[in-house]
Design a protein around this ligand. Structure first.
Ligand code: GLY
Length: 301
């Protein structure tokens, strides 16, 4: 059975000076997942390993290095979906879990599908996951951005300005293992200066991710408030089910996002049960890496 994997490091206006770091992060994540798939490991483990690396890399808006909320804290969301069983596990509003993807993975076995906040952290501790201090997830770059934003808030409020959109965004992975299982996974710190408690598309099934090992899988990135309104990940899978090739499905879904939601900025990665990748975005850039069967890995930003 052919193995395949695709990862992304976010669709946004990645500046030239950050391109190398994004490429390196995606390359490392793909290599970590691929090593597991190659030795016969599961797509679940491959996705977890890849996403954990991206969470630990402060380049990305996930885990350490995430954007700060309006309150100056980090709040993390993540999810995993198993395409053979259709099991799904998600977590949101985590403040003390360094690698939310590992908790989402554990939730594929219950006791709930979706846990948030303190309850999720309590479950994490009961599973032997060491809780961290929220300040350990904050990097200097994001603290400075937050301080500049806070200083500008009084003036923005006077002008009636809305909260900031854009910024770095979300990481994700899709993997196909030797048993034919196809798994989707993602993780995010959400939008910059988000309202505390806000949850975007990432952990929501059908919005941030979907996987069906008989049809294919999709993982999305971008402005969550837009992505949820078109249930973008499930849209992609619906398009695959109607017979579109993965690249055509990815492009069609991003066109729907453009057409149906004003300001719908984002992108998606796609993988089919026979290992064909697809990817599309409408932002300036999206960081990605993929590999399928005997082919060489492909990287890009
Ligand atoms: N796409 C991540 C978010 O909007 O939270």
């Amino acid at each position: 059975m052919r193995i395949a994997m695709i990862v992304h490091g976010g669709a946004w206006a990645i500046p030239d000076e950050q391109v190398e770091a994004h490429l390196a992060g995606c390359r490392a994540a793909l290599a970590a997942g691929w090593a597991i798939l190659e030795r016969g490991g599961s797509a679940r483990d491959a996705c977890e390993a890849a996403v954990r690396l991206l969470e630990d890399d402060p380049t990305f808006d996930a885990g350490t290095g995430s954007h700060l909320t309006a309150a100056g804290t980090v709040e993390l969301d993540a999810a995993m979906m198993d395409g053979q069983s259709l099991l799904y596990g998600a977590v949101a509003n985590l403040r003390r879990v360094r690698n939310p993807i590992s908790l989402a993975h554990r939730l594929l076995q219950g006791p709930a599908t979706f846990l948030v906040g303190e309850g999720a952290e309590h479950f994490a501790a009961a599973q032997g996951i060491t809780l961290c201090d929220n300040r350990e997830l904050v990097v200097e770059r994001e603290r400075k951005l937050w301080e500049a934003w806070r200083a500008s808030q009084a003036a923005a409020a006077d002008r009636g300005a809305q909260s900031v959109m854009g910024g770095r965004d979300t990481v994700g992975a899709l993997a196909l293992d030797q048993s034919g299982n196809l798994v989707a996974a993602n993780s995010t710190g959400g939008t910059p200066f988000k309202f505390p408690g806000r949850v975007g598309d990432t952990p929501l099934i059908g919005c941030g991710l979907y996987a069906d090992a008989q049809i294919g899988g999709a993982v999305c990135t971008g402005w969550g408030e837009a992505i949820v309104r078109v249930a973008l990940a499930r849209r992609v899978v619906d398009l695959l089910e109607r017979g579109l090739a993965p690249q055509a499905a990815a492009e069609a879904a991003v066109r729907i996002l453009n057409r149906r939601v004003t300001g719908g900025a984002g992108g998606c990665i796609v993988l089919t049960p026979d290992g064909r990748p697809g990817l599309a975005w409408n932002t300036r850039r999206m960081a990605y890496a993929y590999r399928s069967g005997a082919s060489d890995p492909v990287y890009g930003v």
